[in-house]
Design a protein around this ligand. Structure first.
Ligand code: GAL
Length: 417
């Protein structure tokens, strides 16, 4: 090798050093493990790797995230938390109080997060006024997903009220379809309960029940009506629902075995992954009686304090990437959620995402934005767990009494406060 070649080689190696020197590793804990959700998570991995960093995927299966949170607590207690974890809502305050979360203020200031984000969202991401988490998306929980071909075969009409919902379920059942695709898991039972509660209680009383934890509302006649409706709904779920994962239930509607599913719009990620077109192959409706309300569930990545400078740089690049327009577009188109940036161009999003964004803005203007109780936005994970226990026990007991269940609900919540 002659002198010039040696010099050129040396220069090129040195020029790589600064990039290599700033390349770190981020380990990210999440539970986006269904086919559709993995496609979404992969978009983040690719963008982080494009910045020269190493992505260590810490995916913990189990819809709703209970398993993931158990694993995270074990890692944190052993003094070895991941760089980032899918932590949402009030739980961010609990982790912040432990002093384990990294300060993201510099990234937030450099990238104008205060301007980009809805104020209500920005507040959820801060602990004692400092950013410690970055919001990834805005999911809506109060959706009803319909297979129009199945509805047509059964002569059923897409419902706008609870009475019409049960009438459609009767027609689907009479025609031999599974009326409501469901997975018998506490968080899914809790999601169905939440939709019925929002429909029957209405926005204000829903907030009084699950944000204020008001005993009179939790034990009132309307809450008894919610449990009575849940009792009725049980009759439209098939016998094999126990333990079924949410995305398997979504598959029953996609494949025409079931007529509808009550689920947040992560269900859309499965329709998208199956190549189905919103508004054509499936319909997305506000759950009957909850029109004008938007039960929000914001996925966020909380960042843990790291010792290593290169990994801290990688962690800050991860936080920066999540709020960039490119990620917000590709992740949310695959995840079924809508972007969390107020200025995001929505023109390339499908009909259901357009409807979700329009409903989000309408609800933001009329007090209809509701933090989802079933998805950890309304109250602590302890309150959420107490609700799930009462609701799941009720849902699995055909003899259960709605009035007694409402009293048990209030007592269980009181016991964990
Ligand atoms: C929610 C989470 C969503 C989705 C869903 C099903 O709690 O926010 O992103 O993963 O669980 O697992």
């Amino acid at each position: 090798m002659n002198a010039m070649t040696r010099l050129a080689t040396a220069v090129s190696l040195v020029s790589l050093m600064p990039l290599a020197a700033l390349a770190g590793e981020v380990e990210v804990l999440h539970w986006w493990t269904s086919g559709g959700e993995k496609r979404a998570a992969d978009t983040l991995q690719k963008l982080v790797e494009d910045k020269g960093h190493t992505w260590k995927d810490f995916a913990v299966a189990g819809g709703g995230g209970e398993a993931a949170m158990t694993v995270l607590k074990t890692r944190a207690v052993s003094g070895n938390p991941p760089a980032a974890a899918q932590i949402k809502g009030p739980d961010i305050q609990e982790w912040g109080a432990l002093g384990l979360l990294a300060n993201l203020d510099s990234v937030a200031e450099q990238n104008q997060w205060d301007t980009l984000l809805p104020k209500q969202v920005a507040e959820i991401m801060t602990y004692e006024g400092h950013y410690v988490a970055v919001p990834v998306n805005v999911h809506r929980v109060n959706w009803l997903w319909i297979n129009p071909e199945v509805f047509a075969k059964a002569g059923a009409t897409p419902p706008t009220t609870l009475d019409e919902f049960f009438a459609a379920a009767d027609k689907l059942k009479a025609a031999g379809f599974i009326p409501l695709a469901h997975g018998g898991q506490p968080w899914q039972d809790g999601t169905v309960f939440e939709d019925l509660a929002l429909s029957i209680l209405g926005a204000d009383a829903f907030r009084k029940a699950f944000v204020d934890l008001d005993e009179a509302t939790l034990t009132g006649d309307q809450m008894v009506e919610v449990f009575a409706a849940l009792n009725k709904l049980r009759g439209y779920v098939d016998a094999d629902a126990a333990g079924r994962d949410w995305n398997i239930a979504t598959g029953l509607v996609i494949n025409g075995k079931a007529g509808m599913q009550l689920m947040g719009d992560w269900a859309k990620s499965e329709w998208t992954a199956a190549g189905k077109v919103a508004g054509k192959d499936y319909q997305c409706l506000a759950f009957p009686g909850t029109q004008g309300s938007f039960a929000f569930n914001i996925d966020s990545l909380a960042m843990f304090k790291l010792g290593d400078a290169e990994n801290r740089k990688a962690q800050e690049d991860l936080a920066r990437t999540v709020l960039e327009p490119e990620f917000q577009q590709f992740f949310n188109q695959n995840k079924g959620s809508i972007p969390v940036r107020l200025d995001q161009d929505m023109s390339s999003f499908d009909a259901c995402a357009q409807k979700s964004m329009a409903d989000f803005k309408e609800a933001a203007g009329n007090g209809g934005l509701q933090p989802s109780m079933a998805h950890g936005m309304a109250a602590s994970s302890y309150v959420q767990g107490a609700v799930f226990d009462v609701v799941t026990n009720f849902f699995n007991d055909p003899q259960a009494d709605p009035k007694r269940a409402a009293q048990q609900l209030a007592a269980a919540i009181q016991a964990v406060q």
